[in-house]
Design a protein around this ligand. Sequence first.
Ligand code: NAD
Length: 257
Amino acid sequence: MRLKNKVALITGASSGIGRETALLFAKEGAKVIAVDINTRGGKETVKMITAKKGDAFFYKADISSADDCRKMIAYTKRKFGGLHILFNNAGIMHSDDGDSQSTEENVFDLTMAINVKGVFFGCKYAIPLMRESGGGSIINTASFVAHLGAATPQIAYTASKGAVLAMSRELAVIHARENIRVNALSPGPLRTELLMKFLNTEEKKQRRLVHIPMGRFGEAKEMAKAALFLASEDSSYMTGTEFLVDGGITAAYVTPE
Ligand code: NAD
């Protein structure tokens, strides 16, 4: 088991990447705190873990709230006594997020509050407990759109993921001597709710698929495996960098037919 005796907090654990990662981390021996704003999904994730004799608790938090984030860390300490892995994974892609002309200020602000400030709050409140626990690994979910402009625009989302990537580098530099590693995980387009709700017509899906050399959307399970690598000692000399898991989309200029 690659995460035996480790405590892992995962945000956005009610669905998609977060749920698959919670299941995989628990299978690898981690004690999991599953955080989400969606109670039903989060409790389901925990049930799935405990049904397989894993150790997990759900905690409801809105990661854009400093108070909620402070409390989710206090809850983690109460339940498991420490923290070694923080997966800042929760994020939104708003359906009204478009180009600079069509996107309203409230959509931009909400996206930033969850996707960027949520990561900042996660780190702000988790790092003291990680220090106390002897160090650990922080994984922040960015996206391939931190590198490429999308033809189906999502200006707020794109800006937010660029910020996550930049923030992850600085966090890594500042906390490297405290045995806390910080890396970004940048998924390509995935077949999860988040993207499928946004690419809600066959035409929009094809518009995206045409750019992916592998010719398919990625799966949440494939991201969970990448997160496991970053969380475990397998990546012990990696910090301040990015793990792009994207079906080749950022490598392509023209994709094969
Ligand atoms: P998802 O929608 O399946 O899961 C996101 C989870 O975050 C949901 O359970 C949701 O309830 C939770 N959440 C949303 N706002 C929250 C808040 N304020 N507080 C707490 N929880 C909140 O999406 P996913 O595809 O699993 O996405 C996970 C991460 O991966 C996101 O950061 C997303 O931006 C990123 N990502 C996804 C894709 C993709 O194609 N799906 C690509 C690149 C990056």
